[in-house]
Design a protein around this ligand. Structure first.
Ligand code: SAM
Length: 345
């Protein structure tokens, strides 16, 4: 895989990429939110994410004990919200155990992003282990299109998984659909209505020029165009962000104020300012930004059970976070070399 940084494991506090100083910049908030890429493996190969299913995986992933140390270091560094992602986090054999452990930490938020291929089997165990929120990725309700967009996926199992999760008592289920012009952009309203009918919050994403998405720049449908196409079902109010809930902006349904649609506009309107997100890749590299390959190796600390070492590595990694005022996220050239499933999308 071309995009993950190669760092010397004997020099764990070495930055890869931007210049960094050991101290946090004045006025800089510590990371509050983290995405853990439990595994870079995935059983799908979505057209905007990876070129094919054989594009390679990292050699050494963190094991359960190392993840626990990593998380203790993250919490000590100030992290309060954790999302498990990947790759496909439900492919990780210890995913339920990881959730059970995270649940003991009394975090402000604990969520998973999944393609739902294994949700039919795992939704109940995950809920029982303490998972609160679920984001499912689903771009189409058409089985043929689903197979094409995911390069071989089976829609039926995914729908069974999502339908089964509804009613298990999750605080919230969201649906993420990446909108690709000439492919699923005819399905915006059906995806929205399907979600609303199940108490799910639909969110429509612009294709970002990250990884394979960089080859789809002419297929991006902007958030404003999506919004215009849904004008007849949405209020005409300005889309608003929700505090501590990431970059999505929401608009209420026209005839039912309890329903809404989220728009994630990483391409037409980048949202780096105020970003408090850190990512940890499955091999233990700390990744301060989704749109660069900069990273800092922290696996040695995690594998040695050294949470304090992890905490110090986080402080250093955080100094590598690009300045959100001038940096423009996935519109920067660095984004094309990033592997979304490696870094934890
Ligand atoms: N496998 C899990 C899933 O499918 O939800 C988690 C990992 S996946 C990389 C996380 C999210 O990133 C998915 O919602 C996916 O659609 C989105 N994604 C991947 N590549 C993207 C791109 N180039 N632009 C926009 N969203 C992208």
């Amino acid at each position: 895989m071309r995009s993950l940084p190669v760092l010397s494991s004997r020099a764990p506090l070495q930055c890869h990429g931007n210049d960094a100083t050991a101290a946090m910049k004045p006025g800089q908030m510590p990371p509050r939110s983290v995405r853990l890429s439990l595994t870079d493996r995935c059983d799908l190969a979505c057209v905007y994410c990876r070129p094919h299913r054989q594009d390679g995986y990292v050699e050494e992933r963190l094991d359960l004990a190392a993840w626990k140390t990593m998380v203790h270091g993250l919490v000590a560094a100030g992290v309060r919200r954790v999302r498990l992602t990947g790759g496909e986090p439900l492919l990780h054999r210890d995913v339920v155990e990881v959730v059970r452990f995270l649940h003991t930490l009394d975090l402000d938020d604990l969520a998973i992003t999944t393609n739902a291929t294994r949700l039919e089997k795992l939704a109940q165990p995950l809920r029982d282990a303490g998972l609160r929120r679920l984001n499912v990725s689903l771009d189409t309700l058409d089985p043929v299109r689903f197979e094409r967009m995911t390069r071989g996926g089976d829609l039926r199992g995914v729908l069974r998984g999502i339908e089964g999760a509804v009613g298990l008592g999750f605080d919230e289920i969201k649906l993420n659909a990446v909108v690709v012009r000439g492919e699923n952009d005819t399905e915006l309203e059906s995806l929205v209505r399907w979600s609303w009918g199940r108490g799910i919050v639909p969110r429509l994403l612009e294709v970002m020029a990250i990884g394979e998405g960089a080859n789809l720049k002419d297929r991006v449908v902007s958030g404003s165009e999506m919004r215009a196409r849904l004008d007849h079902v949405l209020e005409s109010q300005e889309a608003v962000r929700e505090a501590d809930r990431g970059p999505a902006r929401y608009v209420a349904a026209r005839h039912d104020g309890t329903k809404k649609v989220g728009f994630i506009t990483g391409t037409s309107d980048t949202y780096c300012k105020g970003c408090d997100r850190l990512r940890v890749a499955s091999d233990g590299v700390l990744r301060p930004c989704l749109a660069t390959n900069d990273g800092l190796e922290a696996s040695e600390f995690a594998r040695a059970g050294d949470a304090e070492g992890v905490k110090q590595a986080i402080a250093l990694a955080w100094t590598m976070k690009p300045d959100g005022d001038s940096f423009k996220g996935c519109t920067e050239p660095s984004a094309a070399d990033v592997s979304m499933r490696g870094i934890g999308g």
